[in-house]
Write a new protein. Structure first.
Length: 452
């Protein structure tokens, strides 16, 4: 299908000339001789681009442009005029024109401008599609009152540049909330930079945040831009802010208050343009009382508090989450989608879910791999989620069931070891940092790795 161009000009000779040239180049051409007619033609024919003359009787080109952008903001408009001026070009650009061409028209310039506008529109549509997919991927799944309340808070907070503190237990989806806020913010096209304060040793956190110059400290072999620079024009998400040391907290506070910072080893002052979102699974008010967190920094970060509910507070969302995770797993593995029986779902609703949504997701992955049937029944649910499997095996079927559970336990151990290895790799081989991030002891991590 060829692109459709609407030519709006009160001079029939210009319309006829452009019509012949553009038609020869494969465009579908539509005519309008004034602004009112142009608006009607746009509603009727939905053109891909508009060539719009500025000087027309009645509604002039600028007013027509403003009306087009009010009702069709994504429709590219190229202004053409025989009486060009800097003022009219600025006015057209401010009103949303893609380009501004002067008469007598150069056909090469007209074709180039049209192609540029169409390519730009295509990129915009692709970006909107990718953004929509990103929002769908990172959105909080559920319809419970707790999730609906969370949605409302996210939508209210997102369009502002105010600092947000997200609280909630491990595995509730705090990073997902932060990503959703970024996607609905005024900075969706900007970068979304994450730094996990719990995973980085104290001496490395400050250079990660502010950057450093070459030779600023031992091991600084090259200049490095920090996360505040990398996040310019976007969002900086500081995960587990409660694990930041008091010294780094003080420098963080000064940077946020002054909106400036310096790389380590540099005297140059840099201005920051970032939206800061933080998260914590700790009770920061208790941390303040214990002297482990600065009260003034807390107030600076906690302008808009958002709490992510634990899964046990939104049990009614479990069927939706189960279906969502199984759909994702099927798409990822290109295998038929599996489903849980009603009895299996009801059994899962009785669990306390200390690991929250993350724990449920891991269980669904385990079941999708280990259960051959497309319908996962109640008897397929392993311990400790299913108390029935602890009964003494009196029949051959029950003995086979226990044998299957032993295989599942082996798979669990292998999965656990692989998970720990991945965490250690993410921490650049730092076992202690990996253990801290997972909330496990260093000995536990060492044992699991050695056994694997």
């Amino acid at each position: 299908m060829y692109p459709a161009v609407l030519i709006v000009d009160d001079e029939s000779t210009i319309v006829d000339s452009l019509d012949g040239i553009l038609s020869d180049d494969g465009f579908e051409v539509i005519h309008a001789f004034n602004g009112y007619e142009a608006l009607k033609k746009i509603d009727s024919y939905s053109p891909d681009i508009v060539l719009l003359d500025i000087w027309m009787p009645g509604m002039d080109g600028i007013d027509t442009l403003k009306e087009i952008k009010r009702h069709h903001p994504n429709l590219p408009v190229i202004m053409i005029t025989g009486h060009g001026s800097i003022e009219s070009a600025v006015d057209a650009t401010k009103s949303g024109a893609f380009d501004f061409l002067e008469k007598p028209l150069s056909i090469d310039k007209v074709i180039l401008s049209i192609n540029n506008a169409l390519n730009f529109r295509k990129l915009e549509e692709e970006n909107r599609y990718l953004r929509k997919k990103a929002i769908e991927k990172n959105s909080i799944t559920g319809t419970s009152p707790a999730v609906q309340k969370l949605y409302g808070e996210i939508m209210a907070a997102a369009p502002t540049d105010a600092s947000i503190l997200i609280t909630g237990e491990n595995g509730t989806g705090k990073e997902m909330v932060a990503r959703t806020i970024h996607q609905f913010s005024n900075r969706p096209e900007g970068p979304f930079i994450i730094i996990n304060c719990a995973a980085i040793p104290e001496e490395r956190l400050e250079p990660e945040l502010f950057g450093h110059e070459k030779g600023a400290f031992e091991g600084a072999s090259a200049k490095n831009r920090g996360k505040f620079e990398l996040a310019a024009g976007g969002t900086l998400f500081l995960d587990e802010i409660g694990d930041m040391s008091i010294n780094t907290q003080a420098k963080m506070l000064r940077a946020l208050e002054s909106k400036t910072f310096q790389r380590i080893g540099s005297s140059r002052t840099l201005h920051m343009d970032v939206r800061v979102i933080t998260s914590s699974n700790k009770d920061l008010e208790s941390e303040i009382k214990e002297g482990r967190f600065r009260e003034d920094l807390f107030f600076r970060l906690n302008v808009i508090p958002i709490h992510v509910p634990a899964l046990r507070k939104r049990i009614e969302d479990i069927p939706i989450l189960v279906d969502f995770f199984l759909t994702q797993l099927a798409e990822k593995s290109s295998a038929p989608k599996k489903t849980l029986s009603k009895e299996a779902v009801e059994l899962l609703k009785q669990w306390h879910w200390k690991g929250n949504v993350r724990e449920l997701k891991n269980l669904m992955e385990r079941l999708s791999i280990m259960v051959e049937s497309e319908i996962i029944g109640k008897n397929d649910i392993p311990a400790p989620y299913n108390p029935d499997i602890e009964t003494f095996p009196e029949t051959g079927e029950e003995r086979n069931r226990i044998f299957t559970m032993a295989q599942l336990d082996q798979a669990k151990a292998a999965f656990e070891a692989e998970f720990i290895r991945l965490r250690v790799d993410q921490m650049n081989g730092d076992l202690q940092a990996a253990a801290k991030q997972m909330g496990a002891s260093l000995n536990f991590v060492k044992k699991r790795i050695s056994k694997s």
